[in-house]
Each structure stands twice: as structure tokens, then as C-alpha cells.
Design a protein around this ligand. Sequence first.
Ligand SMILES: NC(=O)c1ccc[n+]([C@@H]2O[C@H](COP(=O)([O-])OP(=O)(O)OC[C@H]3O[C@@H](n4cnc5c(N)ncnc54)[C@H](OP(=O)(O)O)[C@@H]3O)[C@@H](O)[C@H]2O)c1
Length: 288
Amino acid sequence: MTPDKGSILITGASSGIGRTCALMLDRAGYQVFAGVRTLQALEELSSLAPGRIRPVMLDITDAILIRSACQTIDLRLEGKGLTALINNAGITLPGSVEFLSLEGFRRELEVNVIGHLAVTQAFLPWIRKGKGRIINVGSALGKFVMPLTGAYAASKFALEALTDSLRRELLPSGIYVSLVAPGSVESAIWDKIDAEVAQMEAGLTEEANARYGRTGESISNLWKKAHRRAIPPEAVAEVVLKILESSRPESRYPVGPDAHFLSIVGRFAPDSLVDWVVDKIVTLSRGR
Ligand SMILES: NC(=O)c1ccc[n+]([C@@H]2O[C@H](COP(=O)([O-])OP(=O)(O)OC[C@H]3O[C@@H](n4cnc5c(N)ncnc54)[C@H](OP(=O)(O)O)[C@@H]3O)[C@@H](O)[C@H]2O)c1
């Protein structure tokens, strides 16, 4: 199939939502530049859609790689602009705010916030040229926070704010900016969370364990439940496609029943009520 619907750059396309979006958008007729970080991911993606998807080495925290991706993509675009930039890459960092590693938190913000900002700034000239769109992949935890998810949620709240600001700044230029906020989605992220939780627990001091060990147990059980309810990544990719093909995309798209629910709770329920309910849920989830 010859791509004729325009060109899209998506970051974090080696697995999960990013990879599924890359494949679905490729099938829908877009030329997809898929950001990956390893040769293995590059080869894997090329073999899934030989000659069509164009993987590009793009670590969004690396200014040199961002510049080089701009040059590579510019050559491929042959004077045209981009139809869309999808800022999707992301990492998680579980743990209590009290004992959060500052280095880990900086990395969380570096990838989930500053990296997206850097890529957006770098590619805006091509988005302007193509009268393109920007789609940021946030999270249901961009409006609602559970205990021990402060670092990840802070990064997603920050992304919500940048998205709102950018949308209002670019409206006069006719560039739409939307945020996709998924709930639980099947992807590689769950294994990564399990590994991070295990690593965090292994590093807990006695004091930290005494204070947060039981909450950690509840949250782990809640994550396991959330993982069991996870929707397929195709559901997110379909929303991304809908945004690309809509004449007037909306500002925010929760994806999945949990995301819709948390979006309403996060915006309208009083903090005191939410605190009480969350405390009950955490208590009830112990030992399950
Ligand atoms: N899955 C869910 O339940 C869920 C729910 C809400 C929101 N989200 C969001 O959806 C997005 C995609 O997550 P996913 O669930 O598809 O997880 P995933 O399968 O773990 O994918 C994360 C992607 O981000 C990439 N990445 C990490 N650090 C990067 C960096 N510095 N530069 C460039 N790419 C980097 C990873 O590349 P490597 O393979 O090279 O590490 C991978 O391709 C994330 O923003 C996540 O927060 C996911």
C-alpha cells in the first residue's frame, strides 16, 4: 500500500500502545516514522511491515538523537510537513513520596514530560508546515492519584498542563492538540511495573517498610486486578486514528471504562470523599 494520508511520527513504538498505533496507522495509509531505542526494536518493527513503517532511533531524552531524527525525517518528507506527532513514550516509578529517589523522579520527569516537550519543540516546524496535529499520551492517573503512584501521576498531571497550554497557544495556527488518557491497557508496562516494585521493595529500609509495606501490598494487589481488566492496545490506537481523521478533535479522550470513571472522579468529587474511599479501597485490598 502506498502511504497517501500523510506522515506521522510516534515515539516509544517498540512495544505496547506505540507499536500498535504504528501498525494500525500504517495499515490505515499513513507513512509512519516509529521512534525506537534499540537496533533489535528497529529490526522487529521493520519486519512487521517491511518497507513501509520507517523506524527511527529516537531516545526522547537525547538532544542529539532528536536532532538527527529531525534530519532523517525531513529528508523522507521531501519538503512536506508532518500530519501528526504522537508523544507516546513513557516510564513508571512506583513508591512513596517520602522515600522516592530524587534521581528516579528526575528521570520520570525527563522522559514523561521534558522529553515530550523537547520532541514537540523540535518537530513543530514540520507540524506547522503540514497543518498537523499533536497527540499526547497521558493517563487516567493524569487527573487522579493513588498512594505510591505520585511520581508517575505528577508526570502525567504535568503533561496534561502542557497539553492544555499548547492547545490554547496553537489554536490560532489551526493546529489541534489532544490528550489521550488510557486506563489499564495490555502492554509491556505491567512487567516493567512488577520489576520496579520488586526492585523498590528490595531497597526499602526497615523504616520505609514499616510505614508503607502494607500500603505497598494493597497497591500491588490493585495493580494485579487492574492488569486483569486491561483493555487491548488496539482500543487506544483506534482513538488515535479517530483523532487523526476527525475534522475537529476534542481536547481529551479517556480510553476504557476505568479511565472514564477516574476522569469524572478526579474532576468533580471532593478531595475529602476521594481520600476516604481510597483509604477504604487500600485497606480492603490488603492480603488479597
Ligand atoms: N499500559 C497502560 O495501562 C497505560 C495506561 C495509561 C497510560 N499509558 C501510557 O501509554 C504510553 C505507552 O505505554 P505502554 O503501556 O505502551 O508501555 P510500554 O509497552 O512499556 O511502552 C513504553 C514505550 O516507551 C519507550 N520509552 C521509554 N523510555 C524512552 C525514552 N527515553 N525515549 C524514547 N522512548 C522511550 C519504550 O521504549 P524501550 O522499549 O526502548 O524501553 C517503549 O517503546 C506511556 O506514556 C504510558 O504512560 C499506559
